[in-house]
Write a protein that binds this ligand. Sequence first.
Ligand code: BGC
Length: 940
Amino acid sequence: MKSSLPHLFVLAFVFTSRLDLSAEPTLIYRDANQPLEARVDNLLSQLTLEEKISIVHADSKFTTAAIPRLGIPRRWLSDGPHGVREDIGPDTWDNAGHTDDFATAMPAGICLAATWNPDLGYRVGEAIGQEARARGKDIMLGPGVNILRTPLCGRNFEYLGEDPFLASEMCVGYIRGEQSQDVASCVKHFALNNEEFDRMNINVEVGERALREIYLPAFKAAVQDAGVWTLMGAYNQFRGQHCCHNDYLLNKILKDEWGYQGLVMSDWAGTHDTRQAALNGLDLEMGTDKKYDDFYLAQPYLDLLKKGELPMAGLDEKVRRNLRVMLATGVFDARRKVGSLNTAAHQEVARQVAEEGIVLLKNENQILPLDATKLKTVAVIGENATRLQAHGGDSSGIKAFYEVDPLDGIVTRAGGKMNVIYSEGYRKDGGADMAGRAVAAAKAADAVIYIGGLNHDRGFDCEGADRADMKLPYGQDELIQEIVAANPKTIVVLEGTMVEMDAWLGKVPALLQAWYPGMEGGNALARILFGDVNPSGKLPATFPKKLADSPAHALGNYPGTNGTVTYAEGLLVGYRWFDTKNIGPQFPFGFGLSYTTFKYSGLKLIPASGTNEIVTAQFEIENTGKVAGAEVAQLYVHQKNPSLTRPEKELKGFRKVFLQPGEKQTVLIPLKKAAFEYYDDGKKSWVMDQDTFEIMIGSSSRDLRLRDSFHPAAKKTARAKVFTQFSPYYAWNNKFTREEIGWHPGTEESPQWTADFSFATNGLYGYPASIRGWHYGWNPAGDKLFPKKLSETTTIPCSFSYNCGGDDLHGDFAYDLFLRHDDKKAAPQLEVMVWAGNNSTPIGEMISTNIIKVEDVSFDLWAGTNSAAGYYVYSFMPHERTATLPAEGSLNVDMMDFLRLLERRPHFSKEMYLDVVEAGFEIVRGRGWVTCGWFSCKAE
Ligand code: BGC
């Protein structure tokens, strides 16, 4: 009897909701107050078969068809990661010839990664999102998060470097920022687009461990941490199947394992087969080189559906995902954000990313920053000083509102007080005695700023082809040596991605890596050169001395043979290879100098008792120099005796700290279980060995200043006894005894930890009616809040102790907070219950480890209503996140989304676990339902 109650309530609730919703069937999808999934269902139910087909493929290069009878507008997609691309098409790759398609050009992805500043990722995404809305775009094709495996990949500049942790941290902020503007991001290219050679066909063979540990984490973070709404399949094949319809990648991993709810689109012309596209997880076909009606998911799909050879449910699922993205980004909503273009704030973000992303690689005798007051003449030499780069690179190029090139930036900074002379020095197609003139200019100047490197010409940093080698083109190796011989005070600035430098590096006193710094790049560079800004960028990828040192090339696994490239280096990508094999790089991963110095001290490893959180590294950083500056403290983990081979060390945390001269700050880097885990391909799961781990902290992967070892305490793994299947509220309300709920006071060991929780009230109105805990005192917060109105408090503090004794977490704790609705408000009577617990929920059997802390749990949801049947709460399930936790504030989740998920999944599964980081709750007024947070443990 007790155990059947939850089911009954759910059914009753779903039924009631449907009845309500069906009152005005045609309007539901247009009503922003309706739950998302109800809107999706409603719209789906009104589409004809042909209309559904029109939703899953393009009707021009960058759009999908409108359905005017239902008010479905055309959807506009646009590249890309660095800003809103100029308009293309409609039916060719030519630009559309518009005059209103300019945008702010952000620095390239690799420059953003070099900032090691996730907040900047957010701000870039937010600014691009605003520009996308102002330009009428619905889906933005970025960020690109493929791992830098070989220095030769033509798209390295668009991506976020060689490390999965860094790439994940940077892309999550970007996506959240962009999607905050009612625009969907599109994370790309899923997966393994690590070279452009034969990109439409090359087949990648990579072991399961490297796939999981190196190539997929950024995508997983985009899905699970950022809640990305769209994802683009890669052109290449993986294990013999094209990625745009790769069953393993799209169905098994992305959708089943990760619980992705958004849509998968093909890369442009990345679809090759109707049946595979229909069955293997593709939801939107773009860019196929055929008439739109002949696209694989157009007429050919319709024909097979009509013949019954492909399931209609498959089409509905694709359409559902497309509609979900449309509705989630406010396509029908009057209040959808309208955006803005090229604002001062956008320009400021572009400049700040360049300022924080440019990396100072060498600075002998502190030749930099230049003292403008002491220089009479500066010679600027090099083609890249005047080359506009923002428009280049192919799909990621931007028609910038303006672009401050390096020469402009330097001239502006000089402000007429310094004589700036310019000599090109070299040019793609040569030119008579350019080098001679440059040398003469160098001799005539007090200092030389050489600005060279690569560019976006095909064969360098450009989509569609790889570089032939890692050399500086156009005779720059020789030119730099001639210039520095003529004037030893020569500062070399390289744009582009990594090049070999051995020929001249020992001779030049200073080197800056400027990547592609966007339309404010010249200003940013000048501000660094003259010391207005202290450089703080760090390399997001290892710079090898020579190509042959880097793993893919050392092992001869580039570009592949007979159409297949095998990633034989496995996990040893980037610094993982150089460090494990003990090969000296030119510049290591994470390296970057500053105009000041930083002292690291006082490392303490503080064991954490959370299920997820293992240890927190605490240490101090002090700015011991004379100027303000920022340091990126990096934390690497080395495992002593792993059961399976692991790289020498791996980045698992970092913090960018801004310090005034003399200022000291305490830095905390919490490490979760994931920081110690590896993917066990035998067990097909993530595993943390009981072993000793060395924690190393420093200024780069090879400049480690602090070290300590840590042995995580063996976790008590226990199977929780379930309070049959009723909610604590139900138990309490029905005056169950403690024994009846499985709590046996006096039989446990003494408490092992205590925790303080603070629940954000988010201005909720109403009064707490009761606060109860099941464990160690029934009233841990002492009811002290009463009768305080919640809108007058910001958080509800409560604390309790917790005992994990023996094998059985019986009793555990359940923490209930009942809020009674403020009667004076017009909204219906509601009660909200927030509880922290791991085995007192009506979800069947839950396996738990020992403890939880508020910070180490991720957000899931459950809901309640005071329907006639009484109060009911229902728990949410694993791997299915219907919404993303905002950085602050509470989460507002549609009840119907939630119920849909419950309907579709077997919810009494033993695999379920919840992993809660934060909770907030919010009453959606007038709708008779609530959402709130639920804390729980994670299954071991
Ligand atoms: C690129 C994608 C891009 C698409 C649309 C493709 O060639 O690989 O990154 O988004 O074109 O321009």
